[in-house]
Design a protein around this ligand. Structure first.
Ligand code: HEM
Length: 242
């Protein structure tokens, strides 16, 4: 007998042919999309796969952000920023997947849309999980700033001295920026497929998506840039450099 045969025999629990399929539960995963005979249009597989893949990645991102929050609460800044970075990488994929859906042409999309009921991204568990953890990370960051006795401005001015806090602040801003980028690209997708002047499947005007795009989690960190620039400009004026 070939000694490699043993390695091909599955040892994990389950009924699938290989341990790869058993571990990843591919039989169930790949049965989660409509079979061709139930599809309203052949583009529907892409529509479902993009949404399902996005939900998985957003679930992964929210999980890492919850772990990051725990590290932040214990003042472990290195592990906090490491996991926020990972979450941010996971959010990048749902952003690029939005562009895949831009290849669906409007009349074809309306065939798919007819089968969505009141289904809407407003109920996306993955996105809602990001909206839930975002503000809690901000509050935990404030607590750490306070216990270090440092203001946001001092943290930026002496960023080498406050390296750990600064790393967390920048990874949080990266996260905040990605949520905005997701919203921006999603708005463009909606405008492109159903139009910017209509109402979505849950009654929300597409225009509201436009307004939501302005939302940020960490206003204080964004504002700090304005304050720093204003202060430096004032200093230059005093020194006659402008
Ligand atoms: C053809 C593609 C898509 C269209 C036309 C579309 C359209 C819309 C519309 C009109 C809304 C407003 C709410 C309502 O339905 O009444 C909405 C919300 C939303 N959709 Fe989509 N969507 C699409 C794809 C996606 C994908 C792939 C995702 C990924 C998870 C997604 C996630 C969301 C989220 C998270 C919201 C809430 C937005 C927020 O809070 O800012 N959508 N979508």
């Amino acid at each position: 007998m070939n000694p490699m045969d043993d390695l091909r025999t599955p040892i994990l629990p389950g009924t699938a042919a290989s341990d790869y399929e058993r571990y990843l539960r591919t039989d169930e995963l790949l049965a989660l999309q409509k079979p061709p005979e139930e599809m309203l249009h052949k583009d529907e597989l892409t529509f479902q796969v993009v949404h399902q893949a996005s939900e998985l990645l957003l679930k992964g991102a929210a999980w890492e952000l919850e772990r990051a929050l725990e590290h932040l609460e214990h003042a472990d800044f290195t592990n906090c920023s490491r996991l926020v970075r990972r979450a941010n990488m996971e959010i990048d994929y749902p952003v690029s997947l939005l562009h895949v859906l831009e290849t669906i042409t409007p009349y074809d999309y309306h065939l798919i849309r007819a089968g969505l009921g009141h289904g809407s991204g407003l109920d996306s568990p993955g996105f809602l999980a990001l909206l839930h953890v975002g503000p809690r990370l901000g509050r935990a960051f404030d607590v750490q700033l306070q216990s270090a006795g440092v203001t946001v401005d001092e943290m930026y001015r002496h960023h080498q001295k406050h390296f750990g806090l600064h790393e967390v602040a920048e990874s949080l801003l990266d996260f905040d920026e990605r949520v905005q980028i997701f919203r921006f690209h999603h708005l463009k997708l909606a405008q492109r497929i159903i139009g910017g002047g209509v109402v979505g499947t849950m009654g929300t005007p597409v225009e509201v998506l436009h307004q939501r795009q302005e939302h940020v989690f960490y206003k204080e960190l964004w504002d700090a840039r304005n304050e720093i620039t204003a202060k430096i400009t004032e200093q230059w004026e005093r020194e006659g450099r402008r």
